[in-house]
Design a protein around this ligand. Structure first.
Ligand code: XMP
Length: 520
């Protein structure tokens, strides 16, 4: 398999701003077909890459508005199959001479549509089917464009799906990408495989093989690479891929900032250096981090200090390596989409998340980003393919500034130690109760207050631990996990018995929004 041809049979997703656009892409990738998302007004370059099919996403606008966003003419001149979803169907219909108007009743949630006649997309066997689907629309197609026929209707939308089989243009009012549309995945599969003729080339095995070949071509036979290894799934997968591609011409730098979880540094060293023979330089820099953080209480200032010091230490180490010309980063596809959003001013920064961006400006290194095209679930799947330990692949996310943002106010080595012990008890109990994988993220927070308790007959006055456990799909919104009371009591008992100073344990039940997942 050559480096580019698993991406040669590709689908282009033109984004009109739907909250589900990334979900469409993940479903198509899951069907073994490469696809990319481009904004409707910036898709010329993507069209030049000859996609085999085009999907027009949903979106929040109304096609009846003046200046409603539309796909460029080149999309319709491309001569490839098109699937319009929701807003995408409406823009396809108006562009083709149909008519759309605002429905008297908005349709949101579960609905049933009935197929009318056979169609490759919805009813390949030609039967009259009732399909359970998910709708979310205010406008609807009122008049069919010339050349199209109706392939499904619903009570609220007599024109719920349309097809022009000659041009292979399809429109569906409902959302096939959400799980509530029960046959959504089969519909998307028929679109990409049968209608667009794409094979299943985008598989974990092929992605690994392809990426390794690409890395070898990019870095060349002599090139040397440095990578900041955090132990998180992204940088770990990058390390495994690069090690396969260039062996010991890869050097990883693992900075122990004193704000990691219990035994984390040793585990990372064991997995990479001892088990896999990957070259890892461990820098024990806890003292420098605590010195830099002394007396600093502002969360954003703490983040900046931790991020900048990380970059400084990383650069010091990298400078000592001779002949290194490449810097590897674990940038993933949602970061690429998000930075496009940030560049266009659409994204809103709530917390500054630290990464190693900015390094290339300080050091004369070229960037290598092997995960740039991958979603997080794909990174995990290729992690499995590469033989990364399961525990590492499925571990809850951990923020770059580590325990530093879980100790509101000033951070000290002693407070980090205390929190590390409390956190380890919480996580151990979650594993013992088989609850660890039931929640998306769980951790302890050391509150900057003291409370009164009694130990034996004596009064004690010690710090309070808050437990936080959330369920979320995308970490943008989250709910507090409803952990059993008996479980929470067990965690609380252990913390107060085993960690002398702790006087009280509380459970955080706030949702995001308005709260955030971390306390800082
Ligand atoms: P929030 O607190 O913003 O967290 O609701 C959402 C997700 O992001 C993680 N997080 C961070 N990750 N650097 C990171 O690398 C940071 O500064 C940071 N702050 C929050 C958080 O753990 C959660 O998974």
């Amino acid at each position: 398999m050559t480096s580019s041809n698993i991406q040669a049979q590709r689908i282009l997703i033109i984004d009109f701003g739907s909250q589900y656009t990334q979900l469409i892409a993940r479903r198509i990738r899951g069907l073994g077909v490469f696809c990319e998302i481009w904004p409707y007004d910036h898709c010329a370059q993507a069209l030049a890459a000859c996609p085999r099919g085009i999907i027009l996403s949903g979106g929040p606008e109304s096609v009846t508005a003046v200046d409603a966003p539309g796909a460029p003419d080149a999309v319709f001149a491309q001569g490839v199959p098109i699937l319009g979803i929701c807003y995408g169907m409406q823009t396809l219909a108006t562009r083709s001479g149909g008519q759309v108007s605002t429905a008297t009743r908005h349709e949101y949630g579960y609905a049933q549509v009935h197929t009318t006649g056979s169609s490759v997309l919805l009813a390949p066997a030609g039967d009259d089917l009732s399909l359970d689907v998910w709708m979310s629309h205010g406008d609807r197609v009122e008049q069919l464009p010339p050349g199209f026929r109706v392939i499904a209707r619903s009570d609220n939308a007599p024109i719920a799906a349309i097809a022009d089989e000659k041009r292979q243009w399809y429109g569906i009012q409902f959302h096939p990408e959400v799980t509530q549309t029960q046959q959504g995945e089969s519909m998307l599969a028929r679109f990409v495989h049968q209608i667009c003729g794409c094979d299943r080339l985008w598989t974990p095995g092929n992605i690994v093989q392809n990426t390794i070949a690409q890395l070898q071509a990019q870095i060349g036979p002599q090139g040397r690479v440095v990578l900041g290894l955090s132990g998180g799934v992204d940088s770990s997968v990058v390390a495994f891929l690069l090690h396969r591609a260039i062996g010991d011409r890869l050097t990883c730098i693992f900075v122990d900032n004193g704000l990691l979880r219990l035994h984390e540094g040793d585990q990372v060293m064991d997995t990479f250096a001892q088990q896999q023979g990957i070259r890892v330089i461990r820098v024990n820099a806890a003292a420098r981090f605590f010195a830099a953080l002394a007396g600093i209480a502002d969360p954003e200032q703490k983040r900046r200090i931790i991020g900048n010091l990380f970059i400084q230490i990383f650069a010091e180490q990298a400078e000592q390596l001779t002949n290194v010309t490449w810097l590897a980063q674990g940038t993933i596809y949602p970061d690429v989409i998000e930075s496009a959003g940030a560049a266009s001013g659409k994204a809103h920064v709530i917390k500054s998340h630290h990464n190693v961006g900015g390094l290339p400006e300080q050091m004369p290194l070229q960037l290598v980003e092997p995960l740039r095209d991958l979603f997080k679930d794909e990174v995990r799947r290729i992690g499995v393919e590469l033989g990364l330990p399961e525990a590492m692949i499925w571990r809850h996310p951990f923020p770059g500034p580590g325990l530093g943002v879980r100790i509101p106010g000033a951070v000290t080595a002693e407070s980090a130690d205390l929190l590390r012990q409390a956190d380890a008890i919480f996580i151990e109990e979650l594993h013992l109760a088989d609850l660890y994988h039931e929640v998306s993220q769980a951790f302890a927070v050391l509150l900057p207050v003291k409370s009164v308790g009694v130990v034996g007959d004596a009064r004690c006055y010690g710090p309070v631990i808050a437990l936080r456990a959330v369920k979320t799909i995308d970490f943008m919104t989250a709910e507090s996990a409803q952990l059993p009371y008996a479980f929470l009591e067990q965690v609380s008992r252990r913390m107060m018995n085993e960690i002398a100073d702790i006087s009280r344990v509380v459970y955080d039940i706030s949702s995001k929004p308005p709260a955030t997942i971390e306390w800082e």
